[in-house]
Design a protein around this ligand. Structure first.
Ligand code: 16G
Ligand code: MG
Length: 536
C-alpha cells in the first residue's frame, strides 16, 4: 500500500528514535561539507534522521541502493558525522548536497512542507531496488544515530539495511556491489575475497619473494583494527608479519594517520627504530607510513599520501611502458595545495606528468581523476586511490574475457579500491610494491625525493566563513589584505610558499608553510598563524 507523505510523517511519532527535533537555534548553520555533516555527536540525531530520509529519497529517485556512513573519521571520539554514498560507491552528487544542507537547516515545523516540495519536484516512481545501506565506525554514538537514520528512511518508505561496523571504504564497496554485482563478490567477506585474491595473484608474479619483514600497524583505536585483522586472516599465511597497535582505546587519541601526519611524531606506543610502521585513521580511509631513526625521540620520518601517490604512479608508468601501451592511455596525477612541492616536482620532472591541482576534499580529486584512463589521486593526509577507465581495463586484458590476465597491472588494478581511498587496500598495494622494488621503508623515503620542510598549524577561529580562498585554495581573497601580509612574509623570510584556508570539518583555519629550511618553514608557519589569530 502506498502511503501519502502526510501519513508517513504523522506515523513517525510511533518510531522510537529520539531524533527528529532540531536542537539548533537559527544562528547555527551546518552544511554538507567536504565529507558530509560532522558535529558533536549529541546534536546529530536530527541530522541523521533527515539525511536518512534524503538518502532514501535519492534511492527511490534512482531506483538503486544508496549508502549512509556514520563516522567522523579522524576527529575526536565525541564527534560524529553522516555522509551519503552514491550508487556507484562514490561521493554524493554535488547537486544533492544542497538538498542535504537545506533539509538540515530548517526548523521542525517546516520539515513536512519541504519534504513535500522535494517529493513533488523529484517525482518518485515505483522503486523496487531502492534501499539504504548503513554502517558505523566504532564511536559509541554510532548505533543511536543509525537508529535515527533508519527512522528517516522509514519516512520515505524505503528499506534500511544496517551492516553494523565497517570501514568507510567497505561501505562504499558494499553499495557498489549491491548495484553492480560484476564489481566484486558481495558483502564484507566479498571485500576480503576480492582484495585478498588480487594480493595473492600479484604476489605470485613478484620477481623476488623474500620472507616478510615486520610491519607495525597503528589502527587509531578504530574500526580498522578488527577489519585489518579479518583482511590479514584472509591472506595466505607467511606473506605478511604484522604487529597490531592501538586496537582498543580512545579513538584517534595520540594515534592514527592524522596525528602522525600533523605532528610528525610516533603514535603511542612509540615505534621501534628502523621498523616499518603504518597508521590508519578512525574510519580506515587514510594511510600514512613512517619510521623512526632514533627510539629515544618521538620524531619520525613520514611517508605521506604524496609518497604513496608517487610510488603507485612510478610503478604504473613503468609497467605501462613495459607493456608498450603507455602511449595509448591518458594518465593524470591529482594533488591539492597540501602536496609537498618536492613531490609535485618529482611527478613533473621524473615521471613526466604535469600534476593537476584541485581543492581539498576527496570529491574534487576523484572527479578530476575520473577524466583519465588512469587517474592517480592522493591528498597529502593519506587519502587516495586510483581510477581506471574501461579503456584501460580492456587494453590490459588484451580482449581476453574468459579468464583474468596474468599480469601485474591487472592484479594491481583489482587490488585498488577504485571507488574511494581505502587504507587497507592501499596498504597491501604499498607492501607489494616495496617487495617488488626490493625496497626497505628507508629506501622508499630516500630514493624518490625528499620532502621540502613544511609545517601545518591549526588556528581555532570563531567564524571560519570570513576566510575565503581562490578555487585552488592557495590564496586568501577575504578578509582583504591578509594575503598581502602572507606574501610579504614569504618574501621576507625567503621561503617557498604559505597559505591559509578555512577547514571544512573543524572550526579552524589551517596554515601551511613550506621552505628549503625547516626553521624558516616553522617560523613562517607561526607568523602566518599569528596573522590569522590576530584577525579573529
Ligand atoms: C575530509 C575529507 C578529506 C579532506 C579533509 C579536509 C573526504 C572523504 N574526506 O576528511 O578529503 O582532506 O576532510 O579537512 O572527503 P579540512 O577541510 O578540515 O582541512
Ligand atoms: Mg577518514
Amino acid at each position: 500500500m502506498t502511503m501519502s507523505i502526510d501519513e508517513r510523517f504523522n506515523r513517525r511519532s510511533n518510531i522510537d528514535h529520539n531524533g527528529q527535533s532540531n536542537p539548533l537555534d537559527d544562528t547555527v548553520k551546518i552544511s554538507y561539507g567536504t565529507a558530509g555533516f560532522r558535529e558533536k555527536a549529541e546534536v546529530l540525531p536530527f541530522v541523521a534522521l533527515r539525511v536518512g530520509y534524503l538518502a532514501a529519497l535519492r534511492s527511490r529517485v534512482l531506483n538503486k541502493a544508496i549508502g549512509l556512513m556514520i563516522t567522523a573519521s579522524h576527529n575526536p571520539q565525541c564527534d560524529n558525522g553522516v555522509k551519503i554514498v552514491d550508487p556507484n560507491g562514490e561521493m554524493l552528487a554535488s547537486e544533492w548536497e544542497n538538498h542535504a544542507t537545506m533539509l538540515v537547516s530548517i526548523p521542525d515545523d517546516e520539515l513536512l512542507r519541504e519534504m513535500k516540495k522535494l517529493e513533488e519536484t523529484l517525482q518518485l516512481g515505483d522503486a523496487k531496488e531502492a534501499r539504504v545501506i548503513c554502517a558505523v565506525d566504532t564511536r559509541p554514538s554510532g548505533q543511536h544515530l543509525a537508529d535515527a537514520a533508519k527512522a528517516g528512511a522509514a519516512l520515505c518508505n524505503v528499506d534500511f539495511e544496517f551492516l553494523g561496523l565497517l570501514t568507510t571504504p567497505q561501505l562504499h564497496y558494499a553499495v557498489r556491489v549491491q548495484n553492480d554485482p560484476a564489481f566484486g563478490p558481495p558483502g564484507e567477506d566479498g571485500y576480503y575475497t576480492k582484495i585478498g585474491t588480487a594480493f595473492r595473484q600479484f604476489y605470485e608474479l613478484l620477481p623476488n619473494k623474500s620472507s616478510p619483514t615486520l610491519l607495525m600497524l597503528d589502527c587509531a583505536n578504530g574500526v580498522g583494527a578488527p577489519k585489518a585483522r579479518k583482511l590479514f586472516d584472509a591472506l595466505p599465511k607467511n606473506l605478511m608479519e604484522v604487529d597490531f597497535k592501538n586496537e582498543v582505546g580512545e579513538l584517534n587519541h595520540e594515534c592514527g594517520a592524522d596525528f602522525v601526519k600533523i605532528c610528525k611524531q610516533s603514535p603511542v606506543p612509540t615505534c621501534i627504530e628502523g621498523v616499518r610502521c603504518a597508521s590508519l585513521d578512525g574510519d580506515a580511509d587514510r594511510l600514512v607510513y613512517f619510521y623512526s631513526k632514533n627510539s629515544e625521540s618521538k620524531n619520525v620520518i613520514l611517508l605521506d599520501g604524496d609518497k604513496i601517490a608517487v610510488l603507485f604512479a612510478k610503478f604504473l608508468i613503468e609497467e605501462l611502458k613495459e607493456a608498450k601501451v603507455f602511449d595509448q592511455l591518458t594518465i593524470g596525477i591529482v594533488q591539492t595545495a597540501y602536496a609537498n612541492g618536492a613531490s609535485s616536482a618529482y611527478i613533473k620532472n621524473q615521471l613526466g606528468v604535469d600534476p593537476i591541482f584541485v581543492p581539498t576534499g576527496v570529491k574534487h580529486l576523484h572527479h578530476e581523476a575520473m577524466k583519465y584512463d588512469i587517474g592517480v589521486y592522493f591528498e597529502a593526509n593519506g587519502h587516495g586511490t586510483i581510477c581506471f577507465s574501461d579503456h584501460f581495463k580492456s587494453l590490459i586484458s588484451g580482449g581476453e574475457t574468459s579468464s583474468p590476465p596474468k599480469n601485474r597491472l591487472y592484479w594491481f588494478s583489482q587490488l585498488i579500491n577504485e571507488v574511494v581511498g581505502d587504507a587497507l587496500a592501499d596498504l597491501l598495494a604499498v607492501e607489494l610494491l616495496l617487495k617488488y622494488y626490493g625496497w626497505t621503508v628507508e629506501d622508499w623515503a630516500n630514493k624518490l625525493y625528499h620532502d621540502a620542510p613544511n609545517i601545518q598549524i591549526k588556528v581555532p577561529v570563531t567564524d571560519r566563513s570570513i576566510f575565503q580562498t581562490t578555487w585552488d585554495e592557495t590564496r586568501l581573497i577575504a578578509p582583504l589584505g591578509l594575503q598581502d601580509k602572507i606574501d610579504h612574509l614569504v618574501n621576507e623570510l625567503g621561503a617557498i610558499r604559505a597559505f591559509a584556508r578555512p577547514s571544512g570539518t573543524e572550526k579552524t583555519v589551517r596554515v601551511y608553510a613550506e621552505a628549503e629550511d625547516a626553521e624558516v618553514a616553522n617560523k613562517l608557519g607561526e607568523k602566518v598563524a599569528e596573522i590569522i589569530r590576530n584577525f579573529n
